[in-house]
Design a protein around this ligand. Structure first.
Ligand SMILES: Nc1ncnc2c1ncn2[C@@H]1O[C@H](COP(=O)(O)OP(=O)(O)OP(=O)(O)O)[C@@H](O)[C@H]1O
Ligand SMILES: [Mg+2]
Length: 261
């Protein structure tokens, strides 16, 4: 449910639906994302969380419904256009160029931010800008000391850090994160949480995560999805107290240990 008291949504979706044949993976979802907030999307496997992120990022076109970035209708825009407008994302499975260095990975991402019409102009100036964005991204994701390391040689946790860095190189206003802690060791999770905590100070974060300890400690707003639909949206306290959420999700399955009130 959309919170009617919310001020200043940076991203707003209305009636968003994605069908795969007979299956409505995302089914008539209305949701507002407040500027500057960390908003987690949780729910059982197959609930439609990744599909929702794919719609927001432009990786998939919706069947029906709209997506607005502030006042602008961005429903039909492709990922590169959405990235240029400030919507960046990471994937559930790591998505880097394994044969390139960390620097080159971030440099390629920073370059992709420029509209193609710009690519032939102001070459020198542009190169300096891209370099600055690359160095800033590497510092933000704590990989500046690893800039010259081939990405495929990084630890798994560092590769996921690099993926976040690549998205930061595009200077997003909104960062979409699909299971940023998935597959990480405890130590890597702690480091990634510290990174996300520092990013949350300046960015709107929309994240999918199965680690309920992380979600309840970190998010200001939580949306629970089940069968493609929004079951409930609220503060962590509201979601914890919800009988419907407990029945449909938190009371069952492998995530319940972390989700007990
Ligand atoms: N490209 C596709 N073609 C057909 N069906 C799809 C496609 N992508 C997702 N689905 C189906 O849509 C439903 C929602 O999938 P989705 O990946 O969005 O779930 P999820 O909530 O991210 O799950 P998980 O927690 O396992 O990552 C599932 O039934 C899935 O099989
Ligand atoms: Mg998923």
């Amino acid at each position: 449910m959309t919170d009617p008291t919310m001020r200043d949504p940076i991203l707003s979706i209305k009636g968003l639906t994605k069908r795969f044949g007979a299956l409505a993976a995302v089914d008539d979802v209305f949701l507002d994302f407040a500027s500057g907030e960390t908003h987690a999307i949780i729910g059982p496997n197959g609930a439609g969380k990744t599909t929702l992120i794919n719609l927001l990022s432009g990786d998939l076109p919706p069947t029906t419904g709209t997506i607005h970035l502030l006042d602008r209708d961005v429903t039909a825009l492709a990922p590169d256009r959405k990235s240029q407008l400030g919507i960046g994302r990471t994937y559930q499975k790591t998505n880097i160029f394994p044969d390139e260095t960390c620097f080159q990975n971030c440099w390629l991402a920073a370059q992709s931010r420029l509209p193609s019409s710009m690519r032939f102009f102001r070459r020198a100036h542009r190169r300096a800008d891209i370099r600055a964005a690359t160095e800033r991204a590497l510092a933000l994701c704590n990989l500046d000391a690893r800039a010259d390391v081939i990405a495929g040689h990084l630890s798994y946790g560092e590769q996921r850090q690099l993926e976040i860095g690549m998205t930061l190189a595009t200077d997003p206003k909104i960062l979409l994160l699909d299971e940023p802690l998935a597959g990480m060791s405890a130590e890597e999770s702690v480091r990634t949480m510290a990174l996300l905590t520092s990013l949350a100070e300046n960015l709107t974060l929309i994240l999918i995560e199965h680690d309920m300890d992380m979600v309840f400690a970190f998010a200001q707003t939580i949306t629970v999805m089940v069968n493609g639909q929004v079951l409930e949206t609220g503060t962590p306290a509201q979601i914890r107290a919800s009988a419907a959420v407990r029945d449909a999700y938190l009371g069952h399955g492998p995530t319940e240990q972390g989700a007990t009130p």
